[in-house]
Design a protein around this ligand. Structure first.
Ligand code: F6R
Length: 365
């Protein structure tokens, strides 16, 4: 049932404040403003030498974002790869290692193959899954659920933000167990997580503006997405979402890689979508943006009021996000990324819920 929405994808985008809140209640003690104690899933984070993550597509980008959180908050080294590469690499895995698999369906063939390999390598298996009865959930030692509810649209939206939410909570739990998070910092980060559903609701209000922007984007044949730090995986996710439902060619790049190649593509025909909350890396991204502007590039900037004031150029369009703490900002910045893809594809008359050549669950290699 699509409710009042034209597509499942629209319904699922709009459900995000609710399902992220639901997912948070699983991991947080809302009244105390802390992580739940005991924290489920119970994982031995303390003596861990490495976390090895594998997943596919959007779930992989959730893992790539979480790498920044596990490393920064818990000082835990993270190795991450797409499942279809990891499974054939014969990668050595550390003694007493933890392997993390992220999957909405819990049935993705390549991700499951990695899980089986990690088992042979005697890793503890942790999975972040949306389908509690799935094969990946059943094969795991510990499951960290996402409570997104069924996701029908082929393009993942609410599963992604719920994966990020669960992973943020896991990174905090790891940090607490490893002694890298003070009680005050735990409370501060948990407050930021509790603020997410309200911020997601605010981000949804940007839809009319994004609809206007989408009309312009629909004329493009190529779009470049740039981001740094935790905005880099979002640039990759933005490009994936746009290409899979609008069939416009798009690429995501780490902003710092611009001058190592992709800057050659810049001209007045290719929109460049820059994801840049005003965080510690903002100035670096702003200078990349200025390089694009100096070459006549068309910039669409997704930032906050401060970023808009301090970017040093006049972008073709600016999407102004609410103010928030930068650490978990990707969870909120995912929404304009999804809405841009959705509105562009709808304007172009594409079948957003059933894009050509794609299946919801990839159970063959
Ligand atoms: C993109 C998308 C896919 C899935 C990928 C993994 O919008 O939906 O890239 O994220 O096929 O699927 P799961 O999470 O079911 O393992």
């Amino acid at each position: 049932d699509k409710g009042n929405h034209r597509h499942f994808m629209a319904k699922e985008i709009h459900e995000q404040p609710e399902v992220v809140a639901h997912t948070l209640t699983h991991y947080l003690d809302m009244a105390a403003g802390t992580l739940r104690q005991p924290f489920e899933p119970a994982v031995e984070w303390k003596g861990l030498s490495r976390l090895s993550v594998s997943a596919c597509g959007t779930a992989y980008y959730a893992g790539l974002t979480a790498k920044y959180w596990f490393e920064r908050l818990a000082r835990l080294p993270v190795e991450i790869d797409v499942a279809s590469e990891f499974r054939y690499r014969e990668a050595p895995m550390p003694e007493n290692g933890l392997a993390l698999f992220i999957s909405q369906s819990g049935e993705t063939a390549d991700t499951l193959a990695c899980l089986k390999y990690a088992k042979q390598e005697r890793q503890t298996i942790l999975s972040v899954v949306n389908m509690p009865t799935s094969t990946i959930a059943r094969e795991s030692d510990a499951v960290a659920p996402t409570l997104a509810g069924p996701e029908i649209g082929v393009a993942s939206t609410k599963a992604f933000t719920c994966q990020l939410t669960a992973l943020a909570c896991l990174a905090l739990a790891a940090a607490r167990a490893r002694g890298t998070l003070s009680a005050e910092d735990e409370i501060r980060h948990v407050q930021h997580l509790i603020a997410l559903p309200g911020l997601l609701a605010k981000a949804l209000e940007l839809e009319p503006e994004i609809e206007r922007l989408a009309r312009e984007l629909s004329k493009a044949s190529d779009v470049l997405y740039l981001g740094r730090g935790t905005s880099f995986p979002l640039a990759l996710e933005g490009a994936l979402k746009l290409k899979e439902i609008s069939y416009i060619h798009a690429e995501g790049y780490a902003a710092g890689e611009l001058k190592h190649g992709p800057i050659a593509l810049i001209d007045e025909d290719m929109p460049v979508i820059v994801v840049a909350p005003h965080d510690a890396l903002f100035e670096k991204t702003a200078s990349n943006m200025q390089e694009v502007a100096a070459r006549g590039g068309r910039i669409i900037l997704i930032t906050d009021a401060r970023g808009a004031a301090e970017c040093g150029i006049t972008p073709e369009a600016t999407i102004i996000m609410p103010e928030m703490d930068p650490l978990f900002a990707p969870i909120v910045y995912a929404l304009p990324i999804q809405m841009i893809a959705y509105q562009t594809a709808v304007f172009m008359g594409k079948d957003v819920d059933q894009p050509r050549n794609l299946a919801k669950s990839v159970t063959v290699e």
